[in-house]
Design a protein around this ligand. Structure first.
Ligand code: NAD
Length: 508
C-alpha cells in the first residue's frame, strides 16, 4: 500500500531503516501508511524491507559483535545511563507521537515509556547482573567458575500495543549483555519506537550494535530463518508467536515468545467493593482494552454477583475520545480492521445469547467522526463456549461470568487456554494464598488489577500465553541473552609434585 497525502499535508515522512549506524531509505516497493486511529490522518509511511536489507542489517550486527562483545562492561553501562537520561528528557515529546500513532491517552503513553525506561534503568546494573559464579577448591588446587558471555546477533519482534515499553524490554538488556541487535518494530506504529532508537544512537550505541528493519511476515520469517541470528524475543499474538517459535526453533534459535491473553479477575464478596470496581473498570477499558494484561473476564463469586449493576454504572461513566484530548478514558482502537473484528465478536456474543449490558458499538465522538472508536461494552450471562469468552477480543469489551465458590473460579481460570495475567479481589489472606498457589497463570495480582512486574523481576506467562522458558527482563533475560561457560582450572607452581597419569574422571 502506498501512503496517500492528507489535505494540508505537504510531505509524508518515510520511516528509515537503521543499518550499520546509517539511516537508510529502503529500496522496497512495498510501503504501508501509519495512520492516526482517531483521525485517519496519515502520519508517515513505513517500508517493508527487502530480504537484502534484512541481510545487510544482520551482517552489520555480526561485524559489530566482534568488538562490542569485548567492550568493557562499564562502557556498556555508561551508554545505558546516558540512554535513561535521554529518555527521561524526551519522554513527553515521544508520548505525543506515541498517542498520535497508537491512540492511547497522553498519560497512558507516558506510562508506556516509563515502564520501558525502568528496564533501561535496570540495564544500568548489568555489571552485577551478568556476574558468573565461582567455587574455590572443588578439588585439590582446582577452581570452577562460570562466565556469562553474550551469544551474538539477537533480534526482537514487537507488537503495536506498547511501542515504547516492549522494544525497551528487548534491545537495552540484549545490548548491555554484549550482544548486537536487529529490531523489527510493529509496522502499525513504529514512529515512537524509532524516536527511542534515535536516542540510543545519541547515547553512544556504536554503529551496527543496534539495527532496525521494518516490515511484516516476510521480514519476520527472514529473521526467524537467518543463520547468523542466535536468539529472538517475540511479543504479539498467540497465532504469530507460535509460528515464530516453531520456525525459529527449527532453525536452531533460542526463542522467547510472549503471546495473547484472556485475563480473569476473580471477585470474592468480601473484597473492598469500591476499590475492586474501580480496578475492574480501569483495567478492563483503559487503553481501549488493548493491553496484554487488560482484564477481559470478570468472575463474580457468590454474593459478588450483586455488584454487576455497579460495575455497569461505573463503566458507563467513562469518556470515549481521542487520546490527545484531556479527560479521555478510552481512546480509539488501532485500526479499522481491529474495530471491525471487535464489532463482529460483539455481534457474535449477542447471537450466542449473552446479555449485552452496555453496548459500545454506536459510539460517536464529535470532532473525531472518522476515529476507530468502540465504547465500553459489558456482557453478562457469558458461558465458556461463547466466542467472546474463548477468543482474545483486544478491545474495550468485558465479559462477566458467575460461579459459586473460589474453587470453581480457580478451575475456570485454569481451563482457559491462556495464562498471562489474573487477579483476585478479596480481604482474605487465606483465599489469596490458595489462589496464588493453585492458579496456573504467569502474573498474579492480589487486589492489583494489572500486575506487570517491575524490571528486577521477570515477565512470564503460562500455557497459550508464552512459549520458551525464559521471560523478558529481570534475571531471566540475562540468562536468555547470555551463554554460560563453565571453566575448571588448575595452576602449577614449578615445585608441584608429579601427580602421575590419571585415567579416571575423578578430580583429585
Ligand atoms: P501480532 O501478532 O499481529 O504482531 C506482532 C508482530 O508480528 C508484529 O511485529 C507483526 O509485524 C508481526 N506479524 C504479524 N503477522 C505476522 C505473520 N503472519 N507472520 C510473521 N509475523 C507477523 O500482534 P499485535 O496485534 O501487534 O499485538 C497484539 C497482541 O500481542 C495481542 O495478542 C496481545 O495479547 C499480545 N501481547 C502480548 C504481550 C505479552 O507479554 N504476553 C505483550 C503485549 C502484547
Amino acid at each position: 500500500m502506498n501512503a496517500s497525502m492528507n489535505p494540508g499535508q505537504t510531505k509524508v515522512e518515510q520511516v528509515k531503516l537503521l543499518i550499520d549506524g546509517q539511516w537508510v531509505e529502503s529500496s522496497t516497493t512495498e510501503w504501508r501508511d501509519i495512520v492516526n486511529p482517531a483521525t485517519q490522518q496519515v502520519l508517515a509511511k513505513v517500508p517493508f524491507a527487502t530480504k537484502e536489507e534484512v541481510d545487510s542489517a544482520v551482517a552489520a550486527a555480526q561485524r559489530a559483535f566482534k568488538t562490542w562483545r569485548e567492550t568493557p562492561i562499564g562502557a556498556r553501562m555508561r551508554i545505558m545511563l546516558k540512554l535513561q537520561a535521554l529518555i527521561r528528557e524526551h519522554s513527553q515529546r515521544i508520548a505525543v507521537t506515541l498517542s498520535a500513532e497508537q491512540g492511547k491517552t497522553i498519560a497512558d503513553a507516558e506510562g508506556d515509556i516509563f515502564r520501558g525506561l525502568e528496564v533501561v534503568e535496570h540495564a544500568c546494573s548489568i555489571g552485577s547482573l551478568q556476574m558468573g559464579e565461582h567455587a574455590e577448591n572443588v578439588a585439590g588446587g582446582v577452581d570452577t567458575y562460570t562466565l556469562r558471555q553474550p551469544i551474538g546477533v539477537c533480534a526482537g519482534i514487537t507488537p503495536f500495543n506498547f511501542p515504547a515499553m516492549i522494544p525497551l524490554w528487548m534491545f537495552p538488556m540484549a545490548i548491555a549483555c554484549g550482544n548486537t541487535f536487529v529490531l523489527k518494530p510493529s509496522e502499525q506504529d513504529p514512529l515512537s519506537t524509532m524516536m527511542l532508537v534515535e536516542l540510543a544512537v545519541q547515547a553512544g550505541v556504536p554503529a551496527g550494535v543496534l539495527n532496525v528493519v521494518h516490515g511484516g511476515k516476510d521480514v519476520v520469517d527472514a529473521i526467524c530463518t537467518h543463520p547468523d541470528i542466535k536468539a529472538i524475543s517475540f511479543v504479539g499474538s498467540t497465532e504469530v508467536g507460535t509460528h515464530v517459535y516453531n520456525l525459529a526453533g527449527q532453525h536452531g534459535k533460542r526463542v522467547q515468545a510472549m503471546m495473547g491473553a484472556k485475563n480473569h479477575a476473580v471477585v470474592l464478596p468480601d473484597a473492598n467493593r469500591v476499590q475492586a470496581l474501580n480496578a475492574l473498570v480501569g483495567a478492563g477499558f483503559g487503553a481501549a482494552g488493548q493491553r496484554c494484561m487488560a482484564t477481559s473476564v470478570v468472575v463474580l463469586v457468590g454474593a459478588a454477583r450483586e455488584w454487576l449493576p455497579d460495575l455497569k454504572a461505573l463503566a458507563s461513566k467513562l469518556t470515549v475520545n481521542a487520546g490527545s484530548e484531556p479527560g479521555t478514558d478510552v481512546g480509539p482502537v488501532i485500526s479499522k480492521r481491529a474495530k471491525d473484528r471487535i464489532l463482529g465478536l460483539i455481534e457474535n456474543g449477542v447471537k450466542e445469547g449473552a446479555k449485552l449490558e452496555l453496548d459500545g458499538r454506536g459510539v460517536k465522538v464529535p470532532g473525531f467522526e472518522e476515529g476507530n472508536f468502540v465504547g465500553p461494552t459489558l456482557f453478562s450471562g457469558v458461558t465458556t463456549d461463547m466466542q467472546i469468552y474463548t477468543q482474545e477480543i483486544f478491545g474495550p469489551v468485558l465479559v462477566v461470568l458467575e460461579v459459586d465458590t473460589l474453587d470453581e473460579a480457580i478451575a475456570l481460570v485454569n481451563r482457559n487456554p491462556f495464562g498471562n495475567g489474573t487477579g483476585l479481589f478479596t480481604q482474605s489472606g487465606a483465599a489469596a494464598r490458595k489462589f496464588q498457589n493453585e492458579i496456573d497463570v504467569g502474573q498474579v495480582g492480589i487486589n492489583i488489577p494489572i500486575p506487570v512486574p517491575v524490571p528486577f523481576f521477570s515477565f512470564t506467562g503460562s500455557r497459550g500465553s508464552k512459549l520458551g522458558d525464559l521471560g523478558p527482563y529481570g534475571k531471566q533475560v540475562v540468562q536468555f541473552y547470555t551463554q554460560t561457560k563453565t571453566v575448571t582450572s588448575r595452576w602449577f607452581d614449578d615445585d608441584t609434585v608429579n601427580d602421575g597419569v590419571n585415567t579416571t574422571i575423578h578430580l583429585r
